[in-house]
Design a protein around this ligand. Structure first.
Ligand code: COI
Length: 356
């Protein structure tokens, strides 16, 4: 499929972060990257692993002008026995093609996607960090490279995969974060591109994010674009509320990204026989639950942060402190379960960890 992956080893290895160094998120990049080209009529060709280096693109490349770009995010972990495994890469392959379809970009064979990532991770395996809470974050992306300013779908693309050793996404780590409920700006609208993983959705979030920071909030809670009533996502994560013994998360309405961690959390809750419901949920319901005292916990989920507890919600003049501002038991249990499966200390009963 697409030809054999050619490997060009780097001549000069990069210095690696020290074992006790704070890695942050996306600050260091490994020695190699994976590239593959696409041309209309020819398909994907020349997959290659080459030294990590800047890309050369024509200034008229369509990605710069009309934003035809999709990406994914997934992680590789090292078990205590030293085995390197990737969390649910098949799910990212499917979602990448969903995004490709929405932006009229070419599909990538899902088995090839997984195999190519495994090959790259294997080449740079010494970069998979070992400290608890750390991982090798994998960032596959596709950009439109055809030079031209007519608005249409590009005839050429570049598939790229880069790797970065990371620890916690938020400075707060697993500490609960303060959230501003955003009642003016919207992340995505019905019929838009909110359920595709594409940079435009993140660009649309920057202004509200900056305003939230000014109010000492780490992220915003997005409401639906038309009525500003129903919950969508929190920052760049899916959102869950634990209310009166039941876990509720907004159903995938078309404007919400189908998170792989979201799906894994739902599965774990089902395994544990904790009621979990995907449905429309309004901010008014959250306020009501807070006032009734039935709002037990709230958290965001995503590949980068895994599970991120919500310590407080700020909506208009109202401040709602969740679980006394601390980490809830269920939130902690879910975090422990997912990270345990990822590191190989908890039984992987669903076969989520892929190894070569
Ligand atoms: C994720 O957690 O999956 C994300 O999408 C966040 C990423 C954009 C940094």
């Amino acid at each position: 499929m697409y030809g054999k992956i050619r490997i060009e080893q780097v001549k000069q290895l990069k210095p690696m972060p020290k074992a006790d160094e704070k890695l942050g998120f996306g600050r260091y990049f490994t020695d190699h990257m994976l590239l593959m080209d696409y041309e209309e009529g020819k398909g994907w060709f020349d997959p290659r692993i080459v030294p990590y280096a800047p890309l050369t693109l024509d200034p008229a490349a369509m990605v710069f002008h009309y934003g035809q770009a999709v990406f994914e995010g997934l992680k590789a972990f090292q078990s205590e026995e030293g085995e390197v495994r990737i969390f649910r890469p098949d799910q990212n392959a499917k979602r990448l093609n969903h995004s490709n379809e929405r932006l009229q970009m070419p599909f990538i064979d899902e088995d090839f996607f997984v195999a190519s990532i495994q090959t790259l991770v294997h080449v740079d395996a010494k970069w998979v960090p070992q400290q608890p809470g750390s991982s090798l974050y994998i960032r596959p992306f596709i950009v439109a490279t055809e030079a031209g300013l007519g608005v249409r779908s590009s005839a050429r693309y570049l598939f790229v995969v880069i790797l970065t050793p990371v620890d916690s996404y938020y400075e707060e780590g697993l500490q609960p974060i303060h959230i501003l409920v955003e009642s003016h700006y919207a992340r995505a609208a019905q019929g838009g591109i909110g359920d595709a993983k594409t940079g435009g959705n993140y660009a649309a979030s920057m202004k509200a994010q900056a305003l939230a920071k000014q109010k000492n909030c780490a992220q915003v809670l997005w409401l639906d674009a038309s009525e500003k009533k129903f919950l969508e996502e929190v920052g760049s994560m899916n959102v869950f509320f634990y209310i009166g013994g039941e876990v509720i998360t907004p159903s995938l309405s078309g404007s919400i990204l189908a998170g792989v961690t979201r799906n894994s959390i739902i599965q774990l809750l089902k395994d544990w026989k904790i009621p979990v419901i995907e449905r429309k949920i309004s901010i008014a319901e959250i306020v009501q639950a807070y006032e009734d005292g039935t709002l037990q916990e709230a958290f965001g989920t995503g590949t980068a942060a895994v599970v991120s507890p919500i310590g407080s919600l700020h909506w208009n003049e109202k401040q709602m402190v969740v679980h006394q501002g601390g980490i809830g038991e269920l939130t902690q249990r879910l975090y422990n379960a997912i990270t345990g499966i990822q590191r190989g200390t908890v039984v992987d009963s669903h076969g989520w960890m892929a190894s070569r």
